[in-house]
Design a protein around this ligand. Structure first.
Ligand code: UDP
Length: 412
C-alpha cells in the first residue's frame, strides 16, 4: 500500500480575516455539493520542496470542508529518484534525456505503485511526473483523474516530453501553473492555476521583528548589519552560486552586508548534497555567508525568521515552476528580487513590488538600490504583501481545486 501522510487539521474559518469573507463563503458554497467526495492526492515525497508544502495545507482544508481527502506518497528507491530527478531536469530543459534503463525504471516503479494503489476514489490528483503513469496504468482505480504539474515545462527536452506525453496526454484534467507550460498535444481539459502559500502555517504566520531577529542571531547572523537571503533547495536551477556572486559585488560597496542561503534537502533529490557541497566551496570560507539547511535545525519557523528579518529577499532562479518562496518572502513584507523566469514574474511586479532580473550584475545593482534606500524597500514590500494577499493565498487555490472537482463530478 502507498503510505498515507499525517497532515493534522486546519480550519478554513481561521482564514476569514486574512482572505475576506466573500472568498471564504464562495469556497464553502462550492464544497457543499462535494460532501464526502473521496479525493486522493498522490505525490513523490512528503518532505521538502513546494509540492509537499502545498499539500500540508490543501489536504486538511479539503477535509475541513467535508471532503474525504487523503494524501499518499509513492514508494521509490534511490534508482527511481535518480531517474525522476533526471526526468525533472530534462523536462525543465536539460540536454540529456533518460536512458532506456532509466525510463524502464520509472515505468516499473509506476507499475508497482499502480498495483499497490487502493481503488474506489472519486478523484485522484497525481502530482508531477514521478507518478504520472498511474492514470494510463490503472485508470479504473478512480472515477476522475487530474494531473497536477508543478514544474516549468516551457522548454522541455524534446525527446523527454515526447516520451512522457502518452502518459499525461489523456488525463481528463490537467493543471499547470501557467498557460506557457502546457505541452502541445494535451487531450483533456487543461487549467492554468498557480498554487498558493498558507499564511497561517508556522512558515508564514506573523512573527514579531524582535523574535525573528532573535532566531537569526542564534544562527550566527549579526542582526545589526544588513542581510540578503535566498531560501531554496540546493539545486543548480535556483542559482545559489549566482546569488553569492551578486552578494560579492554588493559587498564591494557595502562591506557590512551578510548573505544567508537557507536550503532544505528533499528526500527525492539525491543530487542535493553534491550541489550543497559545491555551494559551500563557492562561498570560499567567507564568514559573512551563512549556508544553512534543515539538517542544521532550520525548520519552518527559522525560514520564517530569516524571511521576516532579511533586508532583501532573492530567488535568483534560472528555471522555476512557480517558486513558493517568492510569495512566502513577499508575504513577510520584504522587498524581493526574482529571476525573470517561470512563475516568478507572476508574483513580482517589476518595479512595483520588487525587481525581476536576468543576470548577476542586474541582481547586484537592484540589491544595492534596495539596501541603499530602506524606504524603497518598505514601499515595495508593503505593496507586494497586498498583491500576494489578493492572488496567492491558500483559500483562492482551494476554490480553484473545488471548481475543477465540480467539473469532474458533473462529467461522471
Ligand atoms: N523550504 C524550506 N526550507 C528550506 C528551503 C525551502 O522549508 O530550507 C521550502 C520553501 O519555504 C518552500 C518550498 O520549500 O515552501 C520550496 O518550494 P518552491 O516552490 O519555492 O520550490 P521547489 O523546491 O518546489 O522547486
Amino acid at each position: 500500500m502507498l503510505q498515507s501522510v499525517a497532515v493534522g487539521s486546519k480550519s478554513l474559518a481561521d482564514y476569514t480575516h486574512i482572505s475576506g469573507r466573500a472568498l471564504i463563503e464562495e469556497v464553502r458554497e462550492l464544497a457543499r455539493p462535494l460532501q464526502g467526495l473521496r479525493v486522493l492526492h498522490v505525490s513523490a515525497t512528503a518532505f521538502g520542496g513546494g509540492v509537499s508544502e502545498i499539500l500540508y495545507t490543501q489536504v486538511p482544508l479539503m477535509r475541513d470542508l467535508g471532503l474525504d481527502c487523503d494524501w499518499q506518497v509513492i514508494y521509490g528507491r534511490e534508482e527511481f529518484f535518480h531517474a525522476t530527478k533526471l526526468l525533472h531536469n530534462a523536462l525543465q530543459g536539460a540536454p540529456h534525456d533518460l536512458t532506456e534503463d532509466e525510463w524502464r525504471c520509472w515505468r516499473l516503479y509506476n507499475e508497482m505503485n499502480g498495483r499497490e494503489l487502493a481503488g474506489g476514489w472519486d478523484v485522484c490528483v497525481v502530482h508531477d511526473p514521478q507518478p504520472a503513469a498511474l492514470y494510463r496504468l490503472v485508470p479504473d482505480k478512480a472515477r476522475g483523474w487530474v494531473w497536477r504539474c508543478h514544474i516549468d515545462l516551457s522548454t522541455p527536452n524534446a525527446a523527454t516530453i515526447e516520451h512522457l506525453l502518452p502518459y499525461i496526454r489523456e488525463y481528463p484534467h490537467s493543471i499547470f501553473h501557467l498557460r506557457d507550460y502546457v505541452p502541445n498535444g494535451m487531450d483533456g481539459k487543461v487549467h492554468a492555476v498557480p498554487p498558493a502559500i498558507d499564511p497561517l502555517a508556522p512558515k508564514n504566520m506573523a512573527l514579531a521583528p524582535a523574535d525573528a531577529a532573535y532566531v537569526c542571531e542564534q544562527f550566527g547572523i549579526d542582526v545589526e548589519r544588513p542581510l540578503m537571503c535566498q531560501v531554496s533547495r540546493f539545486d543548480p536551477w535556483k542559482d545559489p552560486l549566482g546569488v553569492i556572486d551578486a552578494y560579492r559585488i554588493v559587498k564591494e560597496e557595502i562591506p557590512e552586508v551578510q548573505l544567508a542561503l537557507v536550503g532544505s534537502m528533499a528526500s527525492d533529490d539525491p543530487e542535493g548534497w553534491d550541489f550543497f557541497t559545491e555551494t559551500i566551496a563557492h562561498a570560499d570560507g567567507d564568514q559573512d555567508i551563512h549556508i544553512l539547511n534543515n539538517f542544521n535545525n532550520v525548520g519552518a519557523i527559522e525560514v520564517n525568521a530569516f524571511q521576516s528579518h532579511a533586508n532583501l529577499l532573492i530567488q535568483k532562479s534560472t528555471r522555476e515552476g512557480f517558486g513558493l518562496t517568492v510569495s512566502e518572502g513577499i508575504w513577510k513584507g520584504r522587498p524581493f528580487i526574482g529571476g525573470k523566469v517561470g512563475g516568478i514574474p507572476l508574483q513580482v511586479q517589476d518595479g512595483e513590488t520588487g525587481y525581476l532580473v536576468s543576470s548577476v550584475q542586474e541582481c547586484a545593482q537592484r540589491s544595492l538600490a534596495i539596501l541603499g534606500d530602506p524606504e524603497l524597500g518598505r514601499v515595495l514590500g508593503r505593496k507586494g504583501k497586498e498583491y500576494v494577499r489578493a492572488h496567492f493565498l491558500a483559500p483562492r487555490y482551494l476554490r480553484d481545486y473545488l471548481r475543477i472537482f465540480t467539473e469532474l463530478q458533473s462529467a461522471t
